[in-house]
Design a protein around this ligand. Structure first.
Ligand code: NAD
Length: 456
């Protein structure tokens, strides 16, 4: 009875289970499929594994620009898919081992909350009842199926899970939704020679990211032959055809990637749990409106990223075990990466956000607040290592600085391998570094990370 129940074994759930067990708390973790959740099984890891295979092929085919002659470069998608499965298995086994090491009980099955009082939460799983002191909900999210005629039960339609499960490439693909999932799959299929059309409802692909950076990707992808349509609404699907406000497109497969929604499965008994637009409302310390119920990860609908989920789990467990220093999650300093080629990585406010913030605060127009912040940009080619390794590429690094305080507000980059050093920029944003403080950090030479230094 005196234990913590965790429903869901993704990055939020397994992180919480490991640290709570380490701190001496008895933990029971319920997981209905495999440990690792969406990220390890049907999200980040399998996607990045396939993308790496595609990049190897693409680079081999285009090696002439580095003085390497290749002939008959080919690939075997079934083998790439097999390797993806092997990588996933290895990492899932690693999570299992870590939880075993901490003597954490893992129950394989679909858990359901039966009842809750302020003293206990009763959970049923595999016909057995468990009475816990606290509950941490880490049930994640599910692919959103838009209410478009012809999507449901259409054999041509894939969601990202079905796309990852395939062992053969489609002959052609239409991707509905030019967000993160859409553009990563566009990269995978394009690099492997599949004709790709992307249909995005908003005026831009990746509409939540810095648009100067995104513009570079769009131009490059369009030149390479990816058909990208923006401000285009899907009217209906009919078999392999996608009817839109901009014409009809057909392909062997239609990938629907228009967002994810919080997964509230098994929580019906918590009828007084506060929700906002279908996601669980939590305070700064991941507590819900019910005293002994916490939530972390995608189910809170905050920022659906694995690294946010694990940070939320740390905070939730710290709060529950009364071991938390008063430290809120710095949502303003969460890095995010889009694994296109070239990669996009960013942290902090975008130029559009900074401008909007000042317009709001001062009640002035965009032009009138333009002197409140500084925008510094440089092509990535200011880094010697970038030039050495990215023939024909330019890239961009953009830094936003508050003019009065001289603090770094945001960094937005396009160019390989910016995902590997965006954490340095996150550190500066998180710690509220001024330009002169950040300048004292020594960056190794020659690395692409030096581009940050160049901007200071
Ligand atoms: P998203 O919100 O990033 O993108 C969905 C896109 O679909 C948006 O651009 C939206 O304007 C568009 N859209 C919505 N309805 C549409 C319609 N009817 N027709 C055309 N376009 C439409 O969502 P996603 O790409 O599905 O990803 C889901 C979540 O998973 C996101 O929170 C994302 O951050 C996360 N994720 C992260 C990574 C990463 O960190 N690299 C990778 C994959 C997914």
């Amino acid at each position: 009875m005196n234990f913590l129940a965790i429903i869901g074994g993704g990055p939020a759930g397994y992180t919480a289970a490991e640290i709570a067990s380490k701190a001496g708390k008895d933990v029971v973790l319920f997981e209905q499929t495999a440990l690792g959740g969406t990220c390890l099984n049907v999200g980040c890891i399998p996607t990045k594994t396939l993308l790496y295979g595609a990049k190897q092929y693409f680079n081999a085919k285009n090696a002439a620009k580095y003085g390497v002659t290749t002939s008959d470069v080919s690939f075997d998608y079934a083998k790439m898919a097999q390797r993806k499965t092997k990588v996933v298995r290895k990492l899932v086994a690693g999570i299992k081992q870590r939880l075993n090491n901490e003597h954490c009980t893992v129950v394989n099955g679909a858990a359901e909350v039966v009842s809750r009082t302020d003293e206990k939460v009763v959970i049923r799983c595999n016909e057995q009842e468990f009475e816990a002191e606290n509950l941490l909900i880490c049930t994640g999210s599910v692919n959103f199926v838009p209410p478009i005629s012809g999507v449901k039960d259409n054999p041509a339609v894939w969601d990202s899970t079905a796309a990852l499960a395939a062992t053969a490439l489609p002959e052609s693909i239409v991707i509905v939704g030019g967000g993160v999932i859409g553009m990563e799959f566009a990269t995978l299929y394009h690099e492997l020679g599949v004709p790709v059309t992307v249909i995005e409802a908003m005026p831009a692909i990746l509409p939540n990211l810095d648009q100067e950076v995104v513009g570079i990707l769009r131009e490059k992808y369009q030149k390479a032959g990816i058909n990208i349509l923006t401000e285009t609404k899907v009217l209906a699907l009919q078999g392999n055809e996608v009817q839109t406000t901009n014409g009809t497109f057909s392909a062997e497969r239609i990938l629907i990637s228009v967002g994810r929604r919080a997964n509230l499965q098994g929580l019906d008994a918590l009828s007084d749990l506060e929700l906002n637009r279908g996601a669980i409302v939590v305070d700064d310390f991941m507590k819900t409106n019910l005293p002994n119920v916490y939530a972390a990860g995608d189910v809170t609908g905050k920022i659906m990223l694995a690294h946010v989920a694990s940070r939320q789990a740390e905070v939730a467990v710290g709060r529950m075990l009364k071991q938390l220093p008063l430290q809120r999650i710095a949502y303003n300093a969460i890095p995010s990466v889009v694994y296109t080629n070239p990669e996009i990585a960013c942290v902090g406010m975008s130029e559009q956000e900074v401008s909007r913030f000042y317009q709001d605060m001062e009640g002035k127009s965009a032009e009138e607040v333009r002197d409140k912040y500084e925008v510094r940009t440089l092509p990535m080619t200011y880094s010697g290592r970038f030039v050495a390794e990215n023939e024909g590429e330019t890239g961009l690094c953009k830094m936003l600085i508050d003019k009065r305080q001289q603090t770094v507000l945001g960094v937005h980059m396009i160019g390989n391998p910016c995902s590997e050093f965006v954490a340095a920029a996150s550190f500066a944003v998180r710690m509220g570094y001024t330009v002169s403080e950040f300048k004292q950090v020594v960056f190794p030479h020659p690395t692409v990370s030096e581009i940050l230094k160049e901007l200071l």
